[in-house]
Ligand binder design. Structure first.
Ligand code: GUN
Ligand code: FE
Length: 422
């Protein structure tokens, strides 16, 4: 079925570039983009039009790193650095997800919060609990959020008795979880929590599973200086953190590594070479005092950089706020470096929060023909009066900084309209 969406279309085809179609047309056929046009081609004249008037039609967002079972502690407990923060706040919060009924309530609210804020693709950590992880996948699918979810593996340095598995149990439960994943739009990804949480034996078993079943892998990398020192003690044979994943076959194309704040040039080259996606989580990095990631430099070196909310180290779930946080973090870096490093532009940060993440799921650039539509419609009519007419590009910038869920009047995910307020 043909269908046409009309509005002010803004997409990011490349890093730093914007495609703008003012009062343009997006042609869909069965949820698949046929093209974006300034003037409607005659062949589509008979198709029904959904006219969003003067609203902005933007790409939806891809949140490439977040912890679902930390949603209950959102906005709290950010007074400790990473390793103490994990033991004091994160592990006890995650332990509660042994109860699938509790998981149902929390995960339904999380899924609704994500979709209402225009996040339609995720790469997400669950907890180590198999049942709760299925519940999470079900709730995401129900709300229209698509992507990858991982049952977390952790067989050491967790919270023994409440949040830690034996090695055997971790492998067995991972296989049971994989066999029970029968979802259309939410797929499993292997998720060793981070090197300090996983024995060599467990890492090796996950590496074999990844190879045998063609699964992707997600984890954390070089987030915090004390963490890195700990990893060096655990793996004296590895010169750098990334090698502890590589050793077990977990460092490969489409491996997702959160943070990479303190990755040096050699580690960044290893990412580039392997096709590893780095997830920059600007709010989390400041909240738990990890550092300020040299994100502009990583981009210059050709690293595949995406963005993540990393809740609940991050305090903001909406990706438009993560995008503006990334711009601010890069300016902090610029100031600290006495102006010798560049900061991210709005166009660049939008690209990182949209196209760069969507690419992980096989999508093309911007609103690419042949892709299933992932988009949001933003009504900015209640923003402050500007005193002069604004261009679509100016309105786009202001929307990223000022919008909230209430401004998002429609969400399209995987070619379907999943939120419709008008
Ligand atoms: N490293 C290992 N686990 C975690 C986590 O839950 N959050 C963050 N930010 N870093 C981690
Ligand atoms: Fe994280």
């Amino acid at each position: 079925m043909l269908e046409i969406l009309r509005g002010n279309l803004v997409s990011a085809p490349r890093l730093g570039a914007l495609d703008v179609a003012e009062r343009g047309y997006l042609v869909l056929e069965d949820g698949v983009i046929r093209g974006v046009f300034d003037k409607l081609p005659a062949q589509y004249a008979v198709a029904p039009v959904t006219d969003y008037g003067d609203a902005l039609i933007l790409q939806s967002f891809a949140d490439m790193h977040l912890h679902a079972p930390q949603y209950p502690m959102l906005g709290m407990g950010m007074d400790l650095p990473l390793l103490d923060w994990l033991n004091t706040y994160a592990f006890p919060t995650e332990a509660q997800f042994a109860d699938p009924d509790y998981a149902r309530v929390v995960y339904r609210a999380l899924a609704e919060d994500l979709i209402a804020n225009g996040t339609t693709r995720v790469c997400m950590f669950s907890s180590l609990h198999t049942e709760a992880t299925w519940v999470l996948m079900e709730e995401l699918e129900r709300s229209g959020v698509t992507g990858y979810v991982g049952k977390v593996n952790m067989d050491r340095n967790g919270a023994p008795g409440s949040l830690q598995e034996s090695t055997d149990e971790s492998v067995r439960e991972t296989i049971r979880w994989l066999e029970g994943c029968r979802f259309d739009r939410v797929k499993p990804i292997l998720t060793p929590r981070f090197t300090p949480s996983c024995s060599d034996e467990l890492m090796a078993a996950l590496g074999r599973l990844a190879a045998e079943r063609g699964l992707y892998v997600q984890s954390h990398l070089s987030e915090n200086v004390r963490e890195m020192e700990w990893v060096r003690q655990l793996h004296p044979d590895c010169r750098r953190y990334w090698e502890t994943y590589d050793k077990f076959g977990l460092w490969k194309d489409h491996t997702v590594m959160a943070h990479c704040v303190h990755s040096d040039e050699v580690e960044r080259r290893a990412m580039h070479r392997a096709g590893v996606a780095a997830v920059h989580c600007p709010a989390s990095n400041v909240n738990i005092c990890s550092g300020v990631c040299p994100v502009r430099r990583m981009l210059r070196e050709g690293v595949w950089v995406t963005l993540g909310s990393d809740i609940a180290g991050g305090d903001q779930l909406p990706m438009y706020q993560v995008i503006t946080a990334a711009i601010r973090a890069s300016k902090d870096r610029h100031i600290m470096d006495n102006g010798s490093t560049e900061f991210l532009t709005v166009e660049e940060a939008y690209y990182l929060g949209t196209t760069s993440g969507h690419r992980y799921f096989g999508a093309g650039e911007g609103f690419a023909a042949g892709d299933r539509l992932h988009a949001i419609v933003v009504d900015d009519s209640n923003f402050p009066r500007s005193g002069r007419p604004l261009s679509v590009t100016e309105r786009f910038e202001r929307a990223l900084y000022l919008m909230g869920a209430k401004n998002i009047v429609a969400v399209w995910s995987d070619g379907r309209c999943v939120v419709k307020k008008r």
